[in-house]
Ligand binder design. Structure first.
Ligand code: ADP
Ligand code: MG
Length: 252
């Protein structure tokens, strides 16, 4: 093996009652790569991501990151180890401004666990947090929108904000669940730009349906089908694989 691993799953499974959503799924995520994960609706991709980030604990199998068994760690503990994520449906606060959303992320990071929304209301003027927030807003090219209420922004800007906030915590490993869903081609290009700008030093897993966009910048591609990772390789290898073609495109 001539590459380092960022994260690895060993035959993880997750059942909901009788139904097995993730079934003995094994995947290796290499250090500093962008790994795309595709698969039909209902294949188990979001559940798999929830297992990697601690929102679910697998019924069996292990998750290892940086050589450490993280299978049973909470999302907060995983975040403190540098594992961050975004959601299929955007998770930002619509009733707060762009500035307040970025500030909240900074406060949260510094307050190591126990923080209250009241802390946000404290005057940040002159504090290190305020400087950090301002720096992040400029870095993320969101400064001109900082007083906009997030709920008034188009979906593309909200997704970009969520992604930008995830990057401000400087994660080692970042997981993105359908970052392009619902976006126009122009908005997708903006999201791709943010990913390209901030990818250095990070390992990024992206669940997406827009394969043509994904393969423009992903290093490798995995396919999930009925809860299993059926193939993982270079984008070309994966897309030309006969089982992938049969399962994904029903090509015989
Ligand atoms: P994908 O993200 O690939 O579309 P999901 O991981 O969201 O797939 O879902 C995989 C399967 O698991 C689906 O059939 C879905 O209905 C089922 N599922 C997901 N979450 C739950 C849950 N909390 N309870 C019961 N079934 C679930
Ligand atoms: Mg999903």
């Amino acid at each position: 093996m001539d590459y380092a691993l960022a994260l690895q799953t060993n035959k993880i499974s997750k059942r909901f009652g009788e139904f097995t959503a993730v079934n003995n799924a094994s995947l290796e995520m290499r250090d500093k790569e962008i790994l795309g994960v595709i698969g039909p609706n209902g294949a188990g991709k979001t559940t798999f991501l929830n297992l990697l980030t601690g929102y679910y604990i697998p019924d069996s199998g292990t998750v290892v990151a940086g050589g450490k068994d993280i299978t049973k760690l909470s999302p907060a503990t995983r975040a403190s180890l540098g594992i961050a994520r975004t959601f299929q449906l955007v998770h930002v606060f619509d009733n707060l401004t762009v500035y307040e959303n970025v500030a909240l992320a900074s406060i949260r990071k510094r307050a190591s666990g126990n923080f209250s929304i009241r802390m946000l209301m404290k005057n940040l003027r002159g504090t290190a947090t305020e400087q950090e927030v301002q720096m992040n807003l400029e870095l993320l090219e969101l400064d001109h929108l900082k007083y906009e209420l997030v709920g008034n922004l188009p979906l593309g800007s909200r997704k970009r904000l969520e992604l930008a906030i995830a990057f401000t915590s400087d994660p080692k490993i970042l997981m993105l669940d359908e970052p392009f869903a619902g976006l126009s081609d122009g908005e997708i290009d903006e999201v791709v730009k943010v990913i390209r700008q901030h990818r250095a030093g990070k390992s990024i897993l992206i669940v997406e349906h827009k394969i043509s966009k994904l393969t423009e910048f992903a290093d490798r591609l995995a396919v999930m089908h009925e809860g299993q990772i059926i193939r993982c390789g270079t984008c070309e290898e994966t897309l030309n694989d006969s089982e992938v073609r049969r399962c994904y495109w029903k090509v015989s």
